[in-house]
Design a protein around this ligand. Structure first.
Ligand code: TZP
Ligand code: MG
Length: 232
């Protein structure tokens, strides 16, 4: 295909952002089952994050996820792999600090692609803003068993400071790391009250993926988000 057209120009609802991890799946469940249950439960974005799959396997998982996300009209984001994102027509890519730089990813991906980047420090947030990321993933907020952290969790205060570095920009922000239905209300209350830049959403892995009932887990998180929004 020679022409890049402007699809997907509608804004993304980042409020409940599912990030996958197959290593956390309960015995006997497939990733596709969990993703679909989470979609039924109301997740608003799905990111496929694969740390062990080879290319063929990643592609297969991405294809399957794209079909599911399309069915529920939820955008699909691929972690790290621009080639896989392109191959399945994903809505975006999520980059780490040592992945493809944002400006190059922007040149490689079609217009309208969402590019997000993980940030752990205020300097990284400023750089992401400078590079015109569409959104940043801020964290880890709290300790997590899902990813081996290379620096201490930023906490709710650290999150607030990073959000302030986005004031006056249109870069969206999601928090990640240790977020569960048991602590989400606390996060919503603490991080957004002292800054003009609001969190656009929360990214969750284990609270949904490792749950015996991902649909219920997603619903629970969503109702806390809705209550937080009404209180604001
Ligand atoms: N990046 C920072 S923390 C994290 C990632 C991918 C993992 C978060 O997983 P969980 O299970 O929601 O704590
Ligand atoms: Mg990466």
């Amino acid at each position: 295909r020679l022409f890049v057209y402007h699809h997907h120009m509608d804004p993304i609802d980042f409020s409940l952002y599912l990030v996958t991890d197959r290593s956390l799946l309960p015995v006997g469940k497939t990733l596709a089952q969990v993703v679909e249950q989470a979609l039924v439960g109301g997740v608003t974005v799905v990111q496929i994050r694969e740390k062990t799959a080879d290319t063929a396997e990643f592609l297969q998982i991405a294809r399957e996820s794209k079909e599911l996300c399309d069915r529920y009209k939820v955008p699909l984001i691929i972690n790290d792999r621009i080639d896989i994102a392109l191959a399945v027509g994903a809505r975006g890519v999520h980059l780490g600090q040592t992945d493809m730089p944002i400006d190059i990813a922007r040149k490689l991906m079609p217009q309208g692609t969402i590019i997000g980047i993980s940030c752990n420090t205020v300097d990284e947030v400023r750089a992401a803003r400078e590079a015109k990321a569409d959104y940043v993933g801020l964290g880890a907020v709290w300790d997590t068993q899902t990813k081996k952290l290379t620096s201490s969790p930023i906490g709710v205060r650290g999150l607030g400071t990073m959000l302030e570095a986005l004031d006056g920009s249109n870069v969206r922000a999601v928090a990640i790391g240790g977020i569960k239905s048991s602590n989400l209300a606390h996060l919503l209350h603490g991080s957004i009250s002292r800054t003009e830049h609001w969190l656009d959403g929360v990214a969750v892995v284990s609270d949904i993926v490792a749950s015996p009932d991902p649909e219920r887990a997603a619903r629970r998180l969503k109702s806390i988000l809705d209550a937080g929004r009404k209180a604001a």
